[in-house]
Design a protein around this ligand. Structure first.
Ligand SMILES: [Zn+2]
Length: 387
């Protein structure tokens, strides 16, 4: 099912980076502080894995509950307050970007520190390795944007590429991509590949997460649909394990969930603090399924793709109506979900530049100006990912 990328780049060149990210997170469980390298050392794979195994991950009780009021009882879908600077930024964003154009890719430097004041978007979730593979494209992302400049609007400010099959993390492609100004990375083991999860793959994920442009752990989660062949129990173990890794590293989470909403929430409640930053990726279901998750995790944002543009996706559009704008991010999940109406002659697969079509659809459904939607989504992206 999974085809490895055709791209072959030079070996990784970030080994010199030894950023000290393996500290205990802001959420300090009682008892030992976390120590991820030891956790890796102690990971015994599924053969030897048992809840009582000695792992040096945060070992707070599985039925841990936040002190004080249970957020699940709080029926306001509000996010924890942002910094006053962030609120102020929203107030000062000026309207007036030119009307949408699909031509003229404006190459720029990293938007990390320069995006404020310029209206644009970041595709918060795509798979550049799969995209390049499907298109038989070889080269840098910059070359890709130049090759397909007709469909990269000037508002494009970058993308977060998810690498979620740990078996491919040794091929070097992600390291080359993360050298580029417009690419950030997320790393984890997708439930589809959870059946292959083992100690060495976990080591690869942790190694990748040390990169300064690795902004999140994911996508991880549960997939009970017929498309996923990993047994449920194995999915859950790998999911639990990675939730603990994310929290110990204080990395935002990218969550995949298909037909497993109840179990997902129950597991996340056990391992993730309520105020944690989370991206619930590629949401396509009904609002009722999502509501408990949004209530419990006030810093969770929901990612919408070009599915919104499909005529059959009325339920997804209805969910969007119910979710406050400050809890939404835009994503393509490229190469999947080509926006409706895009001629295959322009691009055969979805790519990060096409996220603007989804932003426009969000603006239409919310009944707000495109400029306002762009500004808020960009701020939301900055809030979750700090980019
Ligand atoms: Zn994805």
């Amino acid at each position: 099912m999974y085809r490895p990328p055709v791209y072959m780049g030079p070996p990784l060149d970030y080994a010199g980076y030894h950023g000290n990210i393996l500290q205990a997170s802001h959420y300090a469980p009682t008892g030992n502080s976390s120590n991820v390298p030891q956790a890796v050392k102690n990971w015994g794979g599924f053969g030897g894995y048992a809840p009582t195994s000695e792992v040096c991950l945060p070992n707070w009780p599985r039925d841990w509950k936040p002190s004080g009021e249970d957020p699940a009882l709080n029926f306001h879908l509000v996010r924890f307050p942002r910094s006053s600077a962030a609120s102020q930024e929203r107030m000062t964003v000026q309207a007036g970007i030119p009307s949408h154009s699909c031509a003229g890719y404006a190459a720029g430097s990293s938007p990390g520190s320069h995006w404020k004041g310029s209206l644009g978007f970041i595709d918060t979730h795509c798979h550049l390795d799969l995209l390049f593979s499907k298109m038989s494209f070889q080269g840098s992302f910059k070359k890709f944007t130049e090759t397909y400049s007709q469909s990269f609007p000037k508002e494009f400010q970058g993308c977060i590429s998810d690498f979620c099959d740990p078996r491919t993390l040794k091929d070097g492609m992600w390291g080359d991509l993360l050298k580029e100004d417009l690419v950030w990375g997320a790393f984890g083991c997708h439930p589809h590949f959870a059946r292959y999860y083992n100690e060495s793959q976990e080591r690869n994920i942790l190694q990748a997460l040390r990169h300064p442009r690795a902004v999140a752990l994911g996508e991880v989660g549960l997939d009970y649909s017929s498309k996923c062949t990993t047994p449920v129990q194995q999915q859950q173990k790998v999911f639990e394990r990675q939730l603990q890794l994310a929290v110990s590293l204080n990395k935002p989470l990218v969550i995949h969930c298909r037909e497993a909403d109840q179990d997902l929430l129950a597991i996340m409640k056990r391992y993730v603090p309520p105020d944690y930053k989370i991206h619930r990726h590629c949401f396509t279901g009904s609002y009722l399924l999502l509501e408990p998750l949004l209530k419990y995790f006030p810093n969770m944002s929901v990612g919408f793709t070009a599915v919104l543009t499909y005529s059959s996706a009325w339920e997804t559009r209805d969910a969007l109506m119910h979710i406050p704008l400050d809890r939404i991010v835009v994503e393509t999940d490229a190469p999947y979900f080509l926006p409706r109406g895009i001629p295959k002659s322009l691009c055969q697969y979805a790519h990060p530049g096409l996220a603007l079509y989804t932003v426009r659809e969000i603006a239409r459904i919310k009944g707000q100006p495109l400029t306002q939607i762009l500004a808020t989504l960009r701020e939301n992206t900055n809030y979750i990912y700090n980019i």
